[in-house]
Design a protein around this ligand. Structure first.
Ligand code: BTN
Length: 322
């Protein structure tokens, strides 16, 4: 693996120019056959490498896979993403992250998969997670907060992700309470936060993010085709998943540090400026009741306040449609 990484570095350093197999073998003190085998493995990892019988090898296109080496190259966060668990396919990144967290993995550990077979959404729904087209990501946090504050972590995550998405794509997405990210009324990101806690302390929180990145509109299954879309559709071009993922980790780390230093108030204020729910007539589908009203604010706990004909209703969990 060290040799493979070194070959890749040589190819990247040569920025598209050919480098001979003999030069690689000489520089790294490995056989020509070993060089050839590593080149083949790199091609299987999605790197486009041109092989010329006389000139050698040239890197034509970087891989679009979310490989740990590619993530690390662009990572600017200091804690989030320092330990990366990468899978081509997984049942659910949240399931894997919860296992790792229970076994004591460090804070900031991330799990990322190219595809999820049984991706999970909020309210026991599934999550469409096709291969190589999105970011299916879970982050393990060990926040020093009271378990009562966990619901606000989900708003915190939405603020970080929305900032990152708008910075990278310029798409102009907004947050629907509590933590869906929408573009022109269609969902591009869903967040599923799961917690393990004692009465007075959080053991860990897993923040699972499903980001529809390069999915064509016609690729969505019929059940969600009218309500979902992707960043590629929103921005009109393909989006670099590695760039977006590393920006998300950086923004998430910034909001997380801000909450640890200054409490939730600044992040909740930020959430309000990015909200597309406040000021809207909404329908609330709670666990045991449904009603309509105008979403007027969120309170210090992150609960949505709805003005109804009966007075102000406070919603801490459930689904809201605009
Ligand atoms: C929602 O219903 O809006 C939340 C969707 C969350 C999906 C993500 S994809 C990565 C992580 N792993 C899962 O199984 N779910 C979350």
């Amino acid at each position: 693996m060290i040799v493979r990484t070194a070959i890749l570095e040589l190819l990247k350093h040569n920025s598209g120019q050919y480098i001979s197999g003999e030069d690689i073998s000489h520089t790294l003190q490995v056989s020509r056959t070993a060089v050839w085998k590593h080149i083949r493995a790199l091609k299987l990892d999605g790197y486009e490498i041109e092989a010329h019988p006389r000139l050698g090898y040239a890197l034509r296109q970087n891989t679009d896979r979310l490989l740990p080496a590619e993530i690390k190259e662009q990572l600017t966060s200091t804690v989030l993403g320092r330990e990366i668990h990468y899978f081509s396919e997984l049942d659910s990144t949240n399931n894997e992250a919860k296992k790792l967290a229970a076994n004591g993995c460090p804070e900031g550990t991330i799990v990322v998969a190219e595809a999820q077979v049984t991706g999970r959404g909020r309210l026991a729904r599934g999550w469409f997670s096709p291969h190589g087209k999105g970011i299916w990501l879970s982050v393990v946090l060990r926040p020093p907060f009271n378990p009562m504050d966990a619901a606000k972590c989900t708003l915190m995550a939405a603020v970080g992700v929305n900032r990152a998405i708008n910075a990278v794509t310029g798409a102009g997405c907004g947050i629907k309470w509590p933590n869906d990210i929408l573009w022109q009324g269609r969902k591009v990101v869903g967040i599923l936060t799961e917690m393990s806690a004692e009465m007075d302390a959080i053991n860990h929180i897993v923040i699972g993010m499903g980001i529809n990145v390069n999915i064509e509109q016609q690729e969505f299954p019929s059940e969600i085709a009218a309500t979902a879309t992707s960043l590629a559709v929103a921005s009109g071009c393909q989006v670099s998943r590695v760039k977006l993922l590393t920006t998300i980790l950086s923004e998430l780390e910034t909001v997380y540090n801000s909450v640890k230093n200054a409490g939730f108030a600044p992040v909740l204020a930020d959430w309000k400026t990015q909200s597309i729910t406040l000021g809207q007539q909404v329908d609330v589908h709670g666990i045991d009741r449904s009603f309509g009203g105008v979403a007027i604010d969120i309170d210090v706990d992150g609960a949505l306040l709805i003005e109804t004909t009966q007075g102000i209703e406070r919603v801490l969990a459930g689904d809201v449609s605009i």
